[in-house]
Design a protein around this ligand. Structure first.
Ligand SMILES: Cc1cc2nc3c(=O)[nH]c(=O)nc-3n(C[C@H](O)[C@H](O)[C@H](O)COP(=O)(O)OP(=O)(O)OC[C@H]3O[C@@H](n4cnc5c(N)ncnc54)[C@H](O)[C@@H]3O)c2cc1C
Length: 225
């Protein structure tokens, strides 16, 4: 365990892991010290540097001003995410950033937020700035993976969990299928601002659906993998 205080040099910052909370068997939040003078816009990410590898993670404001939160899925055959799931509290982490342009842009069109899995992270950050009235489609396998549901659902005009797993406990309010199935078959035609974060395949499919069904809309995207 190290005791290095969080600090900043140019665009490079050093932080420490304060807390880890498991939300499901493979996904956890990591609370980090927020370096003094580190500021970001909701939806931006950091570029984490660890063990000679670099990986991006979306930023969520911490419960306290001096903290940052990451929502991380530990990928079974991955390198960095399993390390982050196991390393001791107090471990120093270097990162650069913030970076990225996946930020909320108010407009006269309704905002439709679409996430798969940990792709919910940038939307949690946006929601914490006080944005309300969005429609949120969150695609996961089972309802225990609907991370931050208690924060997101009350702020949303409509919150649609899209569950792809075979489950006997399908919530009555959930859509049994992919976010793209919901968008293709159940979403009213119109002009919207779509924001999509998560798997590359999901985002490509959303773009295709928007082209065909919602041609006067805009789409902003953040590909995780
Ligand atoms: C802009 C951006 C923002 C990101 N934000 C987040 C975030 O907030 N939270 C988060 O958990 N990840 C996020 N990622 C993904 C993250 O950067 C890493 O790719 C991920 O943690 C896997 O790294 P790894 O070293 O463990 O696995 P790697 O060794 O890099 O990859 C192993 C395999 O896992 C696949 N993979 C990567 N991510 C996932 C996943 N989530 N589910 C299933 N398979 C996956 C890879 O395609 C590869 O085939 C983001 C990526 C980008 C580009």
């Amino acid at each position: 365990m190290t005791s290095q205080a969080s600090c900043t040099s140019g665009n490079r910052h050093t932080s420490r892991i304060l807390h880890r909370q498991w939300l499901t068997k493979d996904t956890f939040t990591l609370t980090l010290e927020r370096p003094p003078d580190f500021h970001f816009q909701a939806g931006q990410r950091i570029h984490l540097l660890t063990g000679g590898k670099t990986r991006d993670y979306s930023l969520i404001p911490g419960d306290r001003q001096d903290q940052l939160t990451l929502l991380i899925r530990s990928v079974a055959d991955g390198v960095v995410s399993p390390h982050l799931s196991r390393c001791p509290l107090g471990t120093a982490l270097d990162f650069t950033g913030p970076s990225g342009h996946f930020i909320y842009r108010p407009s006269s069109r309704s905002a439709i937020w679409i996430a798969t899995g940990a792709g919910i992270a940038p939307f949690v950050a946006m929601c914490r700035t006080g944005i309300q009235g969005f429609v949120l489609l969150h695609g996961v396998r089972h309802d225990d993976e609907l991370y931050f549901r208690d924060n997101m659902a009350p702020a949303a005009l409509r919150y649609v969990p899209c569950l792809t797993g075979v489950s006997s406990s399908l919530s009555p309010y959930a859509f049994p299928g992919r976010v793209t199935d919901y968008l293709r078959h159940h979403f009213p035609e119109g002009a919207y601002d779509f924001y999509a974060a998560g798997r590359r395949e999901m985002i490509a499919e959303v773009m295709d659906i928007v082209d065909h069904r919602f041609p006067s809309s805009r789409i902003y995207s953040e590909i995780f993998f």
